[in-house]
Design a protein around this ligand. Sequence first.
Ligand SMILES: Nc1ncnc2c1ncn2[C@@H]1O[C@H](COP(=O)(O)OP(=O)(O)OP(=O)(O)O)[C@@H](O)[C@H]1O
Ligand SMILES: O=P(O)(O)O[C@@H]1[C@H](O)[C@H](O)[C@@H](OP(=O)(O)O)[C@H](OP(=O)(O)O)[C@H]1O
Length: 414
Amino acid sequence: SPMRKECQSTRSKDLAARTVTSSATGAPATVMDAPRVPQVTITPEGGGSPREMRQEDWDDAAEGTLRRKLSNSSMSSTGSSAVESEDDVLSDNESKSEGIITLEHLVDSGESKAWWKLKAIVHWPFSVVQRRKLSWVQLAGHKGNFKAADEGNILKRFSENEMQCFEKLKDDALLPFVPGYHGTVEKDGESFLHMTDLLVNFDLPSVMDCKMGVRTYLEEELVRARERPKPREDLYKKMVEVDGDGPTAQEHSQRGVTKPRYMQWRESMSSTNTLGFRIEGIKKCDGTCRTDFKRTRSRQDVIQVFKDFVGGNVNIIQKLTCNHCCSPWQVIGSSLLFIHDHTGNAQVWIIDFGKTTALPQGQTLKHDIAWQEGNREDGYLWGLENLIRTLESVGNQGTGGETFRSITTTHNIL
Ligand SMILES: Nc1ncnc2c1ncn2[C@@H]1O[C@H](COP(=O)(O)OP(=O)(O)OP(=O)(O)O)[C@@H](O)[C@H]1O
Ligand SMILES: O=P(O)(O)O[C@@H]1[C@H](O)[C@H](O)[C@@H](OP(=O)(O)O)[C@H](OP(=O)(O)O)[C@H]1O
């Protein structure tokens, strides 16, 4: 069937947050942190505790039997990325992933595990197609939002807003830069967007997700939070995990923060406010995976992470540095997905239109001026420019210090 389920390595941001806590022991999670050691685990069908993948599983995987064994899991209901459900509160239970193979972060427990991983992925005798299937990764976003589809495609949990964006993009200059969209699909009573798997033409790709823009929430969310302040304990916990001093005294006493408050804090801790984009996650070709970039804010730290991502390969940078234009929409929470591999193949794609909306007729955004509540500016082009400067700095092996546009003097966002 074209809807065969074989989602491979997916991971969750909730898990990432928990990992940050357990490993950081209160210290800031910067690019200097000890590397996280990923581990491939199997979540048994129908739930239960995930266990580490053993040699026989890899053998099964190589023969294709693991996929068949694990192919009956079903997707849990999450998906609050849609505009229409932005007030959803995800409890652990609601966001439980039933992904069949999960690439998780574990606290670094020594060289040997890192080596094991490297050997398993790179040197075990998998064909290119098998390696591709075992190394699919979800670097950001909501747990369980993706499923494998027919060869070369994936399914993303349906969002009315994102579907409308894909439909409108069919006649837009941006079309060559977004994943191919093949309509909606019904599966087990749920709806999905059927789209191209951007990793399919790569062999053991390195992948990086950068969330674009100076703002990652909708103005409507602010208004709603003012009208109906809804403190959330899960967001409070995520905040405390990164910075115990993050919550105010009142937030500490109520053990809750509102969604916009959390989003604004998240933006100010990372480079969203200062550079107009932030790094969400990176998976490298050796299988290691990190999403602990919540405090990666300075341009020096960002450049360092980018350098590590391309492994000093300037050719990759040249392929990734190309100027995109932007259509006059409000582009919120969208990412650029960077992919490269050892063959020299390198691409960058625009993904995630869950909060991208067309403006009322006649209204346009400049995309590179300060956001003030009411003007709907998203800072997309400003962030893109800084992102390109970052790539250029890495390509030139420089620091890039002088070339960045300063948001405080030019944009006065904060
Ligand atoms: N077309 C694609 N091909 C390959 N990988 C993809 C594709 N789309 C998304 N991904 C992977 O899934 C991750 C999450 O994607 P996306 O941002 O669309 O999800 P989301 O759940 O809407 O996220 P958010 O909660 O941030 O809005 C990306 O970081 C990337 O690793
Ligand atoms: O990256 P973090 O620190 O994990 O924080 C999440 C991130 O900002 C997501 O963009 C947001 O989902 P949306 O973009 O869909 O709003 C999510 O809200 P949620 O908890 O309401 O899903 C946040 O929890």
